[in-house]
Design a protein around this ligand. Structure first.
Ligand SMILES: [Zn+2]
Ligand SMILES: [Zn+2]
Length: 206
């Protein structure tokens, strides 16, 4: 197995995106190959020659992308498909009223990493470099410091039931929200709109 394929396997196990340190550890744990003394450089190189985000791209296969831009050390696999089997649900999805299967389908669409990357980038530009929740305006970096840098969730405003077979997710269908507002958006069916959640939060005094 090539190092490139070892990285693909590791990133798949890590949910499609991961920091270099996690990738190193996973690859080491998986591989039967001998670990060279220059292991870290070898892995970094395998990422870079297979990524058009890098100056070292070899022009052969564009497999990886750099998650937060150059030099941040977080990598993802292009076209990584979150499936209902490999997704991890941190939510108590049994508690959602919309049904487990539909919710899972919905969450799969919300974890289309590349599309989200573009949507996040756009949101960031529109907000002068920060990533506020579109509803309550909190930013994870404001609340959690460095740990929260770059974190925001994407919510797809169209329910699965309203999408035609094979219909693709568009950037316009995604809104960037914090985890609390996101959970509230899924709390009830039909889903509340972002305006409804906003008015619960900010118009409750009168
Ligand atoms: Zn929020
Ligand atoms: Zn959602």
């Amino acid at each position: 197995m090539k190092w490139r394929d070892e990285i693909i396997r590791a990133l798949t196990q890590l949910g499609g995106e991961a920091a270099l340190d996690e990738i190193y550890t996973k690859v080491k744990g998986n591989t039967d190959k001998e670990i060279p003394t220059t292991f870290r450089a070898v892995i970094r190189n395998a990422l870079e020659v297979n990524s058009s985000d890098s100056e070292n791209f070899s022009d052969k296969e564009d497999v990886f992308y750099s998650v937060h831009g150059k030099g941040k050390g977080v990598w993802g696999i292009r076209n990584f498909k979150v499936t209902e089997d490999n997704m991890d649900t941190t939510q108590d999805d049994g508690g959602f009223s919309e049904g487990r299967q539909n919710l899972k389908k919905h969450l799969c669409r919300e974890r289309n990493h590349e599309l989200i990357r573009v949507a996040k980038e756009r949101h960031k530009v529109e907000n002068n470099g920060s990533l506020p929740c579109s509803i309550c305006k909190m930013t994870f970096s404001g609340k959690y410091g460095v740990l929260g840098d770059g974190f925001i969730e994407a919510h797809h405003i169209k329910p699965v039931s309203q999408m035609k077979d094979g219909e693709k997710t568009k950037i316009e269908d995604l809104i960037m929200v914090c985890s609390n507002c996101h959970s509230m958006l899924h709390r009830r069916k039909p889903w509340p709109t972002k305006e409804q959640i906003y008015s619960i939060l900010f118009n409750s005094e009168d």
